[in-house]
Design a protein around this ligand. Sequence first.
Ligand code: NAP
Ligand code: G4F
Length: 363
Amino acid sequence: MKKAIIFGITGQDGSHLADLLLSKNYKVVGVVRRSSTDTTSRIRHLLERDNLEIVEGDITDSRSVMNVLIKNDDVDEIYNLAAQSHVGTSFKQAALTWDITGKGCMNILEGIVDAKLMHTRFYQASSSEMFGASYDVDCKTMLKYQNENTKFLPQSPYAISKCAAHYTVRLYREAYGLHASAGILFNHEGPRRGDNFVTKKITNWIVDFTTWLESNEFSSCEQITTSDEYIMSNDRSLSFPKLRLGNLDACRDWGYAGDYVRAMWLMMQQDEPDDYVICTGETHTIKDFLTLAFKFMNIDDWAKYVYIDPAFYRPAEVDFLRGDSSKARSKLGWEPKCNLEQLVSMMINAKINEKLQNHARSF
Ligand code: NAP
Ligand code: G4F
């Protein structure tokens, strides 16, 4: 039986990766940092599994990382998915982001070398944010894209930390001969996405809003009006806050997290370590995402319901991301299965089901 350690198992990707590895009969050791509240909701369905062991550890604390590695020196694959992963937050907590997202990766790599786990394979969660303001242009189609050869021009403390970790992986691969690979993953989402990322914020809000309409028996949008920040009944006795967002013009290459963890595992099965871009190859603005998500609920004019809040603008923005995953497609045989329409409907339906279950539980 193969053994894997997942740093960041309580996160979106960590939970999908744990599902995948357990389905492949791995023994999984999930490292969870201490918290005053329970953080295991995304892996609750796995907690009783015999092949899953949860251990306490924090990647900013090299001794705790070392303890995990020494106790599991028969480990085959180590996945570092742990990070302060919110780009906006990284502008407000830059040093913390550096400690976790940048230095944390080095703590694990140092641990691997010090514990002499030279046989172990290592995966680092690198990010398309590292490209920042940089892209290449296809001279035939004139389309902009980023791939493994595109230079990095990071636009946030998060992206700078990810670049540092990415270069550390490359150095440790070359200097110590580690089987260390980095997946340069473009945005990937799903029902388990954190609530403060833009796709989840939009899909959650739409479900809450339609629930509000239904519970107040509004059968048509003519029965409601809007002010700057609120949606109200025509007599103004009932109100619901508009969806508050920042920059709607940025372009993102959005895929489904469940597809992307398959690529991580495939990288770990290759004879040689390497870096791979993982993406769909399609790009859409936040406005496009809004159009799709509101259409799913039969609402055409999303702009009426959105309040542009300067608080959600970032000091620097990544305007354009569209990946080229030709290398992963040819070498790993990987391709995404879920398109954007399917992703939107999956996220909205999951939120509706969650609400129905909570409602049922309250009776
Ligand atoms: P996420 O949901 O924010 O999960 C981050 C995980 O890291 C959580 O389990 C979190 O634990 C853990 N963590 C944070 N600080 C830690 C520390 N000091 N020690 C140990 N664990 C710590 O992120 P995600 O979306 O799953 O992304 C996974 C990885 O891929 C991250 O490194 C992210 O930066 C990177 N990435 C994500 C995307 C994307 O679109 N999702 C794209 C490219 C790269 P708690 O539950 O305790 O907070
Ligand atoms: O959903 P986001 O916060 O994702 P972002 O910044 O692209 O980062 C995500 O993807 C990266 C891969 O490229 C990961 F490395 C990273 O860990 C994370 O998973 O924002 C997407 C876009 C941005 O342009 C942002 O300015 O949406 C814009 N946006 C507009 N209004 C908003 C909002 N973003 C958030 N979070 N909240 C808003 O209200």
